[in-house]
Design a binder for this molecule. Structure first.
Ligand code: NI
Length: 187
């Protein structure tokens, strides 16, 4: 079921979420279905449970087919993933700035620093361990989604708020100053 997505300003987006302790709960299956339905309806690159008002440590992200997200056409492929109780470990201090949007901050983009390489661990809905080492856009998506579980929205991480604005307006800048290889700015 497609659920309403909470928008920035809602206190529920600022609260830390709780770990999932029962992978077999029917309500967890329903939550995952709703997260996928809602993410796909909005063409999101990812979605976290608190964004639909459920304070549990569950995120979904990625896509079944490479390069099928119109919001991020230049990004590398991130496999469709359900990640429960995630643990993130940066693999170096190196950070990179890249443009992000968020379904809870509609119509806007901001330039956000993220760790370039990281390991993430957790479990999938069957209880199978997930343990991946990723970089670039994949690493960015995971950091963005897992931030939601700690009540952090990407605008809170923007270093220079001059690099925050409406997507439609920022597009004009893409062809000039921001046309570097690691920038994935799109509608
Ligand atoms: Ni988001």
């Amino acid at each position: 079921m497609i659920r309403p997505i909470l928008r920035m300003g809602d206190q529920r987006l600022l609260s830390p979420s709780q770990p999932v302790d029962d992978l077999h709960a029917p309500s967890l299956r329903e939550l995952i279905t709703d997260l996928f339905d809602t993410m796909h309806a909005a063409n999101g690159a990812g979605l976290a449970a608190p964004q639909i008002g459920v304070p549990l440590r569950v995120v979904v992200f990625g896509s079944a087919e490479p390069r099928d997200n119109p919001r991020y056409p230049d990004a590398g492929h991130v496999p469709l993933t359900v990640l429960i109780n995630p643990v993130l470990t940066p693999l170096s201090f190196e950070q990179e700035e890249g443009w992000e949007g968020c379904l809870s901050v509609p119509g806007m983009r901001g330039l956000v620093p993220r760790f370039k390489r990281l390991r993430y661990q957790g479990v999938d809905p069957d209880g199978t361990a997930i343990d991946r080492t990723v970089q670039d856009f994949h690493a960015r998506v995971v950091q963005h989604e897992c931030d939601h579980l700690d009540g952090v929205l990407y605008p809170m991480r923007i270093r220079d708020l001059r690099n925050f604005g409406f997507s439609e307006v920022l597009l004009d800048r893409k062809s000039t100053r921001l046309n570097s290889s690691h920038v994935a700015l799109s509608r």
